[in-house]
Design a protein around this ligand. Structure first.
Ligand SMILES: [Zn+2]
Length: 210
């Protein structure tokens, strides 16, 4: 029988952060990556977290959180910008697959955030649908600056936090599950150089935001 057991939002976050700490320390265990696990989860999945992160190639979810097959339901867009497909995917993860945790994962030196800053500062508007991505990051940059934050870390934290709020504002299904304590939504900031994550926003958990 597959290892399909329910966990609380807090337990799911602890599991995720423990894996990140193994990755940071250079002592990964590569759990759930073998043929036995592949066979176990083939009939059904019960991921313990929905991970919605930036598409950046250095943010490979199962690597940086030291997890394996069937653990994470991963949704990624450049700059973790939100559209209807993202909302539908996140809702599927929590409502159909019963994940107790949704994580928004942003990172330093994010190209989408940098492009939004450049668009505001220099009027540098990208071509094609890249513009759509940049325009969806822009409100976070404006909000951060309006609050007096000019440094990149603070702007990124604002963008992660606003993305958490946006998911809850737009998805009534998600908001109801957070209100009832079934699901938590946590925003994490990832540092490319050392692989560390830091909680910058939390809804439905007792974890204080940094
Ligand atoms: Zn990025």
């Amino acid at each position: 029988m597959a290892e399909i057991k329910s966990s609380t939002p807090q337990e799911a976050l602890e599991l995720l952060l423990a894996g990140n700490q193994r990755f940071v320390a250079g002592t990964p265990e590569h759990p759930n990556q073998d043929a036995t696990r592949r066979a176990e989860v083939a009939p059904a999945q019960r991921p313990f977290a929905v991970l919605f992160g930036c598409s950046d190639s250095r943010l490979a979810a199962e690597i940086i959180f030291d997890r394996g097959l069937g653990d994470l339901f991963v949704v990624r867009t450049a700059g973790h910008v939100v559209g209807s497909e993202v909302l539908g995917s996140v809702e599927y993860g929590v409502a159909v697959l019963s994940s107790p945790l949704v994580v928004v994962l942003g990172h330093d030196a994010c190209g989408a955030v940098g492009a939004a800053c450049a668009a505001l500062d220099d009027g540098a508007v990208p071509d094609g649908y890249i513009r759509d991505v940049v325009e969806r990051v822009t409100p976070s940059v404006i909000a951060a600056r309006a609050a007096g934050h000019e440094d990149a870390d603070a702007i990124l934290a604002e963008h992660v936090s606003r993305t958490v709020d946006l998911l809850l504002d737009r998805s009534r299904l998600l908001a109801e599950r957070v209100d009832s304590g079934q699901t938590a939504v946590v925003g994490l900031r990832y540092r490319l150089a050392d692989g560390n994550t830091q909680v910058v926003a939390a809804r439905g958990l007792g974890v204080p935001a940094a």
